[in-house]
Design a protein around this ligand. Sequence first.
Ligand code: PLP
Length: 371
Amino acid sequence: MVEKLENHLQFKQYLLESPIYKGGNPIQMIRDQYGIEEITKLASNENPLPTSPKVIEALQNAVSNLNRYPSNDDESLREQLANYVQKGVHKDQFFTANGGCDVLALIAQGFLSEGDEAIVCPPTFPIYDITIKQMGAKSVHAARKSDFSYDIDAILTAVTPKTRLVYLCSPNNPTGNVLTQAEFDYLMDRLPSYVVVVADEVYWQFNTNEVMADSLAYVNQGYPIIVVHSFSKLFGLAGLRLGYAISTPQIADYLSRGKRPFHINHLTLTAANAALNDREMIENVTAVTIEERTKLVHAMSKLEGLTVFPSESNFILFKPEQDSVQLSEKLQQEGMIIRELSRFYLPGYCRVSVGLPEENERFLQLIQKLL
Ligand SMILES: Cc1ncc(COP(=O)(O)O)c(C=O)c1O
């Protein structure tokens, strides 16, 4: 028998050991598995509203030019983004990539090497740990307090001369709470200047709590902070993959050097342009999501057999008294996909995304039946 050629290859051990991210279960998979026609997916914090007609029209016009490379220069997108975000930020402070996850991967690529450390505050978004491990660096956990607020002293204690990054998520996925201005000020006053803060704020548009820290004010003062935003949430373009970061011009330029040629494809660039021009859609999604979230939290808090947590995002965290894995499986068998949170460092808890009014109603009816 021929010896396996793979035995001669030098795989990177840390890449071999990197976990593979598992997203929310896709609708078609559950349809095939249970043979149910009516499936509601409230598992991935997507925008449930249909894609903006302006985006669809722009995409239809763009598909005929796919034989050409897209523009390799994202300057006009960065200009539009600066105009959208406001807050005194300039196009040279932006860095674009294929979704927030790609931004996070490029940040890890830019700042982490084998043996470096990065601080993560679970329960939070699992991609931080994955991108840290993909670089052969070590993830150091500074867990949140029992009310899910940040333990800033735990973060500061975890800092060593090897620390390169601290990941903060606000509003945090999956707990829905924000990092407060007081917590952020306390951290920024004490964090050594060689540590870069990654402020993942992909759900920022859904926040209504004025205590949420203003990370961009620190960016504008020149602190080494990278604020991460995404087009997968409010803009409803999760399927196209676009994300961006805002930082100092030096960091934005540095990170952009890790990108591939023609990193962002023609369709994505086209859709982003149309979406940013559709101000009506932006306002409508924000208003509908906040209104539906309020109604859903209120209705869930009346149910017996679960504890519901307040949210500043487009999803809601809850803890059922019964087994969370079994509950989410039973819901799935009824055609309702939500997220059980063992993979988010939170076994025993579940997360439901805010959907359309009829989807939220269906969720409430099913969960009431199962609790
Ligand atoms: C906290 C957080 N950051 C980043 C992302 C990345 O989103 P995307 O890669 O779709 O832009 C997500 C997606 O769910 C998220 O929840």
